[in-house]
Design a protein around this ligand. Structure first.
Ligand code: SAM
Length: 201
Protein backbone atom coordinates (compact mmCIF):
# COMPACT_ATOMS: atom_id res chain seq x y z
CA UNK A 1 0.00 0.00 0.00
CA UNK A 2 1.39 3.43 -0.91
CA UNK A 3 2.11 6.09 1.74
CA UNK A 4 -0.62 8.29 0.23
CA UNK A 5 -3.26 5.54 0.52
CA UNK A 6 -2.31 4.62 4.11
CA UNK A 7 -2.40 8.35 5.03
CA UNK A 8 -5.94 8.58 3.58
CA UNK A 9 -7.03 5.49 5.57
CA UNK A 10 -5.44 6.88 8.77
CA UNK A 11 -7.21 10.22 8.31
CA UNK A 12 -10.47 8.34 7.62
CA UNK A 13 -10.15 6.47 10.95
CA UNK A 14 -9.78 9.83 12.71
CA UNK A 15 -12.86 11.01 10.79
CA UNK A 16 -14.80 8.08 12.29
CA UNK A 17 -13.63 9.09 15.79
CA UNK A 18 -14.86 12.62 15.02
CA UNK A 19 -18.30 11.23 14.20
CA UNK A 20 -18.34 9.50 17.60
CA UNK A 21 -18.14 12.88 19.35
CA UNK A 22 -14.54 14.08 19.09
CA UNK A 23 -15.57 16.96 16.81
CA UNK A 24 -17.12 18.85 19.75
CA UNK A 25 -13.87 18.72 21.72
CA UNK A 26 -11.84 19.65 18.65
CA UNK A 27 -14.03 22.71 18.13
CA UNK A 28 -13.55 23.92 21.72
CA UNK A 29 -9.83 23.23 21.76
CA UNK A 30 -8.98 24.76 18.38
CA UNK A 31 -11.13 27.83 19.00
CA UNK A 32 -9.08 28.62 22.13
CA UNK A 33 -5.76 29.21 20.37
CA UNK A 34 -4.58 32.67 19.39
CA UNK A 35 -1.68 34.51 17.80
CA UNK A 36 1.10 32.46 16.28
CA UNK A 37 0.25 28.81 16.85
CA UNK A 38 2.29 25.63 16.51
CA UNK A 39 0.14 22.56 15.92
CA UNK A 40 2.20 19.45 16.59
CA UNK A 41 1.14 16.16 15.00
CA UNK A 42 -1.35 18.06 12.86
CA UNK A 43 -2.06 14.93 10.80
CA UNK A 44 -4.74 15.42 8.15
CA UNK A 45 -5.77 18.86 9.45
CA UNK A 46 -8.94 17.85 11.28
CA UNK A 47 -8.79 20.94 13.54
CA UNK A 48 -8.62 23.39 10.64
CA UNK A 49 -12.28 24.38 10.71
CA UNK A 50 -12.27 26.07 14.07
CA UNK A 51 -9.18 28.25 14.24
CA UNK A 52 -10.08 31.84 15.14
CA UNK A 53 -9.64 34.37 12.32
CA UNK A 54 -6.26 36.07 12.40
CA UNK A 55 -4.31 33.15 13.87
CA UNK A 56 -1.17 32.03 12.08
CA UNK A 57 -0.99 28.23 12.14
CA UNK A 58 2.25 26.31 11.66
CA UNK A 59 1.22 22.65 11.27
CA UNK A 60 3.98 20.17 12.04
CA UNK A 61 3.90 16.42 11.40
CA UNK A 62 6.51 13.79 10.47
CA UNK A 63 4.14 12.42 7.83
CA UNK A 64 4.35 14.38 4.58
CA UNK A 65 1.32 12.60 3.06
CA UNK A 66 -0.91 13.55 6.02
CA UNK A 67 0.16 17.19 5.69
CA UNK A 68 -0.77 17.06 2.00
CA UNK A 69 -4.26 15.90 3.02
CA UNK A 70 -4.41 18.71 5.62
CA UNK A 71 -3.69 21.34 3.00
CA UNK A 72 -6.80 20.30 1.06
CA UNK A 73 -9.14 20.61 4.07
CA UNK A 74 -11.72 23.41 4.24
CA UNK A 75 -10.55 26.14 6.58
CA UNK A 76 -6.87 25.22 6.23
CA UNK A 77 -4.59 28.19 6.78
CA UNK A 78 -0.91 28.48 7.47
CA UNK A 79 2.10 26.37 6.63
CA UNK A 80 3.00 22.71 6.93
CA UNK A 81 6.38 21.58 8.30
CA UNK A 82 7.66 17.98 8.17
CA UNK A 83 9.42 17.37 11.50
CA UNK A 84 9.03 15.68 14.88
CA UNK A 85 8.00 17.43 18.07
CA UNK A 86 11.11 16.16 19.89
CA UNK A 87 13.27 18.45 17.70
CA UNK A 88 11.33 21.56 16.74
CA UNK A 89 12.99 23.57 13.97
CA UNK A 90 11.98 26.94 15.45
CA UNK A 91 13.66 29.64 17.52
CA UNK A 92 12.99 30.13 21.25
CA UNK A 93 9.68 31.76 22.26
CA UNK A 94 8.44 31.70 18.66
CA UNK A 95 4.81 30.78 19.49
CA UNK A 96 1.94 32.17 21.57
CA UNK A 97 0.15 28.81 21.69
CA UNK A 98 0.62 25.18 20.81
CA UNK A 99 -2.05 22.69 19.87
CA UNK A 100 -1.83 18.90 20.14
CA UNK A 101 -4.84 16.66 19.63
CA UNK A 102 -4.40 12.89 20.04
CA UNK A 103 -0.65 13.24 19.56
CA UNK A 104 1.20 12.99 22.87
CA UNK A 105 0.24 9.30 23.17
CA UNK A 106 2.38 8.54 20.13
CA UNK A 107 5.47 10.73 20.42
CA UNK A 108 8.61 8.69 21.14
CA UNK A 109 9.96 10.88 23.97
CA UNK A 110 7.36 12.93 25.81
CA UNK A 111 9.92 14.62 28.10
CA UNK A 112 11.82 15.89 25.05
CA UNK A 113 8.59 17.15 23.48
CA UNK A 114 7.69 18.98 26.71
CA UNK A 115 11.17 20.56 26.78
CA UNK A 116 10.84 21.65 23.16
CA UNK A 117 7.39 23.11 23.79
CA UNK A 118 8.74 25.09 26.77
CA UNK A 119 11.57 26.41 24.61
CA UNK A 120 9.44 27.43 21.63
CA UNK A 121 6.42 28.80 23.52
CA UNK A 122 6.75 32.33 24.84
CA UNK A 123 6.84 32.45 28.67
CA UNK A 124 3.28 31.87 29.86
CA UNK A 125 2.25 30.58 26.42
CA UNK A 126 -0.24 27.74 26.44
CA UNK A 127 -0.57 24.24 25.06
CA UNK A 128 -4.17 23.31 24.19
CA UNK A 129 -4.62 19.58 23.98
CA UNK A 130 -6.78 16.49 23.78
CA UNK A 131 -5.25 13.17 24.78
CA UNK A 132 -6.11 9.72 25.90
CA UNK A 133 -4.20 8.90 29.07
CA UNK A 134 -4.10 6.20 31.72
CA UNK A 135 -7.37 6.25 33.68
CA UNK A 136 -7.73 7.24 37.33
CA UNK A 137 -10.23 4.36 37.75
CA UNK A 138 -8.19 1.40 39.09
CA UNK A 139 -9.94 -1.32 37.03
CA UNK A 140 -9.65 0.65 33.76
CA UNK A 141 -6.05 1.52 34.56
CA UNK A 142 -5.20 -2.15 35.15
CA UNK A 143 -6.81 -3.08 31.81
CA UNK A 144 -4.87 -0.33 30.01
CA UNK A 145 -1.56 -1.47 31.53
CA UNK A 146 -2.34 -5.07 30.60
CA UNK A 147 -3.18 -4.15 27.00
CA UNK A 148 -0.39 -1.57 26.60
CA UNK A 149 2.28 -3.82 25.03
CA UNK A 150 0.06 -5.60 22.46
CA UNK A 151 -1.64 -2.29 21.58
CA UNK A 152 1.75 -0.64 21.06
CA UNK A 153 2.85 -3.52 18.82
CA UNK A 154 -0.40 -3.32 16.84
CA UNK A 155 -0.34 0.45 16.30
CA UNK A 156 3.42 0.91 16.13
CA UNK A 157 3.32 4.07 18.27
CA UNK A 158 0.33 4.51 20.59
CA UNK A 159 0.86 4.29 24.38
CA UNK A 160 -2.42 3.77 26.23
CA UNK A 161 -0.76 3.69 29.66
CA UNK A 162 0.91 7.13 29.36
CA UNK A 163 0.79 9.56 32.32
CA UNK A 164 0.85 12.54 30.00
CA UNK A 165 -0.44 15.22 32.38
CA UNK A 166 1.96 14.13 35.13
CA UNK A 167 4.91 14.39 32.73
CA UNK A 168 3.84 17.90 31.70
CA UNK A 169 3.48 18.93 35.37
CA UNK A 170 6.93 17.47 36.14
CA UNK A 171 8.30 19.66 33.31
CA UNK A 172 6.85 22.76 34.97
CA UNK A 173 3.60 23.22 33.03
CA UNK A 174 0.50 24.32 34.98
CA UNK A 175 -2.22 21.99 33.78
CA UNK A 176 -5.94 22.78 33.89
CA UNK A 177 -8.30 20.00 32.83
CA UNK A 178 -11.39 21.28 30.98
CA UNK A 179 -13.25 18.04 30.10
CA UNK A 180 -12.92 14.33 30.75
CA UNK A 181 -14.75 11.31 29.32
CA UNK A 182 -14.65 7.51 29.33
CA UNK A 183 -13.65 7.15 33.01
CA UNK A 184 -10.97 9.86 32.69
CA UNK A 185 -9.25 8.13 29.76
CA UNK A 186 -10.02 11.05 27.43
CA UNK A 187 -8.95 14.49 28.62
CA UNK A 188 -9.16 17.98 27.16
CA UNK A 189 -6.82 20.39 28.90
CA UNK A 190 -4.65 23.47 28.77
CA UNK A 191 -1.04 23.55 29.99
CA UNK A 192 0.63 26.88 30.71
CA UNK A 193 4.36 27.02 30.00
CA UNK A 194 6.45 28.04 33.01
CA UNK A 195 7.56 31.67 33.27
CA UNK A 196 11.27 31.61 34.10
CA UNK A 197 12.26 33.82 37.01
CA UNK A 198 15.99 33.45 36.41
CA UNK A 199 17.35 36.94 37.11
CA UNK A 200 20.78 36.03 35.76
CA UNK A 201 22.65 35.40 39.04
C1 SAM B 1 -3.67 10.07 16.04
S1 SAM B 1 -2.90 11.18 14.95
C2 SAM B 1 -3.70 12.73 15.35
C3 SAM B 1 -3.67 13.70 14.20
C4 SAM B 1 -4.36 15.04 14.47
N1 SAM B 1 -3.74 15.76 15.53
C5 SAM B 1 -5.83 14.86 14.76
O1 SAM B 1 -6.27 15.16 15.87
O2 SAM B 1 -6.53 14.41 13.84
C6 SAM B 1 -1.25 11.40 15.62
C7 SAM B 1 -0.38 12.26 14.75
O3 SAM B 1 0.86 12.46 15.44
C8 SAM B 1 1.89 12.40 14.49
N2 SAM B 1 3.15 12.09 15.21
C9 SAM B 1 3.62 10.89 15.57
N3 SAM B 1 4.82 11.01 16.20
C10 SAM B 1 5.09 12.34 16.23
C11 SAM B 1 6.17 13.11 16.73
N4 SAM B 1 7.20 12.53 17.35
N5 SAM B 1 6.13 14.45 16.58
C12 SAM B 1 5.07 15.05 15.98
N6 SAM B 1 4.02 14.37 15.48
C13 SAM B 1 4.03 13.03 15.60
C14 SAM B 1 1.45 11.34 13.51
O4 SAM B 1 2.11 11.43 12.26
C15 SAM B 1 -0.03 11.64 13.41
O5 SAM B 1 -0.32 12.57 12.40
Amino acid sequence: MSDAVSARIFDGVLGAIDLLGMKRWRARTSAAVQGTVLEIGAGGGRNANWFPPGTLIIALDPDFELLKIAQKKTGWQGAGVVAIAEALPFKDAAFDCALATLVLCSVTDLHKVATELKRTLRPGGSLHAIDHVVSKAPAVRRAQCWLAAPWYRLTGSCRIERETLEVLRAEGFRVAVHDTALRSVLVRYEALAPVTTDAGF
